[in-house]
Design a protein around this ligand. Sequence first.
Ligand code: ADP
Ligand code: MG
Length: 251
Amino acid sequence: MSDKILEIENLTVSFEGFKALNQLNFSMDTGELRVIIGPNGAGKTTFLDVITGKVQPTTGRALFKGKNLRSRSEHNISRLGIGRKFQTPRVYLQLTPRENLDLSCNRHKNVLATLMGRPSGTERRTVAGLLETIGLTTKADIPAALLSHGEKQRLEIGMLVAQSPDLLLVDEPVAGLTDEETENVGSLLITLAESHSIIVIEHDMEFVRQIARQVTVLHQGSVLCEGTMDEVQNNPQVIEVYLGQPEEDDG
Ligand code: ADP
Ligand code: MG
């Protein structure tokens, strides 16, 4: 058995000849919290697209817990234990946080069955535990539409965790959040990192500093460097291609 949750070997993704990823090598230990940074167009989203099966590599391979992900469907990869959180929250606004989490814990049932059915004791405890983890116990029973943007982000992270993935992929979780909400999301990810392997893609350097242990810098589809936040920030190449540039938003 491998203690690597993810191994990426010589991965290239070409879009009509343009290499969004170019001979990329990357690996990550089980239980790690890894932050990936890099300028716009570096290939960060494409990297997640390959891991989740949305995009097929042109050459090279991606292994999850030693299993080759090639030719697997997004659904199949999700069942293997990879969960992805997109930038925009995708919660049911008319349902409460508790109901949203119930649904995620019972993905095999349909919406109505979950709402009408009586959750088992174990499921109820799981939902209560999740509500506490994401800090929404006091808002568990109000419509999710009334939550702040940051609370919705935390709810969606909770919904992802409810599906018990081994590897969580989180794409720019604090874009557009206030400082306080950003810190809450950071604390949540640090808590979740005690029991999950997590990859976070992020632009907000303050936030990266809050949560990061190991940072990987992508540039032009390859890994430019890896290390602690201090190492990365002091790397002359990184300063040149990334940190020296004014910060931009990438949607
Ligand atoms: P990042 O998320 O780091 O900003 P992306 O992975 O979104 O970078 O994109 C990497 C490069 O690949 C960009 O230059 C982008 O324009 C290009 N790209 C991404 N997806 C496609 C696609 N489906 N077709 C053509 N080019 C693409
Ligand atoms: Mg992107």
